[in-house]
Design a protein around this ligand. Sequence first.
Ligand SMILES: *Cc1c(COP(=O)(O)O)cnc(C)c1O
Length: 319
Amino acid sequence: MDCTIDEAKQTQLEIPFKGNVDSAKLKKALQGYSDRIPFIIVTITNNTAGGQPVSMQNLREVRSIADKYNRPVLFDSARFAENAYFIKMREDGYREKSIKDITREMFALADGMTMSAKKDGIVNMGGFIATRRQDWYEGAKGFCVQFEGYLTYGGMNGRDMNALAIGLDENTEFENLETRIRQVEYLAKKLDEYGIPYQRPAGGHAIFVDAPKMLTHIPKEEFPAQTLTVELYLEAGIRGCEIGHLLADRDPVTRENRFNGLDLLRLAIPRRVYTDNHMNVVAAALKNVYDRRESISRGVRIAWEAPLMRHFTVQLERL
Ligand SMILES: *Cc1c(COP(=O)(O)O)cnc(C)c1O
């Protein structure tokens, strides 16, 4: 059950912490389905809401609700450092604190965390789980040995773990985060110039273009964001990714497509790879697609999809 605040669905609304958990929704879920909810997971920053941050105050609220209902809290931490940056810049009382201190304060509120390290760990590959609960640690240990490798390296080699240690240190430095997040903002300003609608304010790692607002002729059943992704690739070879109706998948019971969420084209910007000139090219390519949007009248249909997590391997036909 997704308990993100409703405001996250209004792409043109500018609020500082659009990735927050809605406390009322969370309580209602815990009351209504208590026997079926093993834990609460908070994604920092909130990926499906468009890389939007979660405030420290909101994390504290989640912690207190979790304590009240006796449920553990996990953070999906792929972009924790960007989340800490936004707390520093946008939340009262944090401007003078370091990213590392804010990070410690965030994680003090969790029982455990998962980390896709190729994001805010700035490494090629890898990840880890951390927990303050001894029972989880002991439980995970067994799986580690069976499926990944011995505890001290768990599927990663020493060189990669050394790189990760440095990546975590460097990416919790303010200047590094600022350079990266400002580049995403730079792209956002270009899109503002061209009138292209995206999830506002610009997120930490990506711009999420509001596809149905751009390709107004394409019905949701023909996947506007996926269509825009294809058009942008044909226009200039730029590889975005649909974060929308395809990703939302089908209802597990009715097998109907879930069309009630956002339908976005994600332009994720790799760290330390591009110059601002590349951003100019991305923006110009989108503008070209925008200028001929009236002529894009049909979308795509699904030719084949996997029964679970179809997003990654789906095959499509243009209509
Ligand atoms: C990338 C990502 C994952 C998956 O991580 P992998 O390293 O690709 O397996 C999970 N959660 C979030 C928020 C991510 O960004």
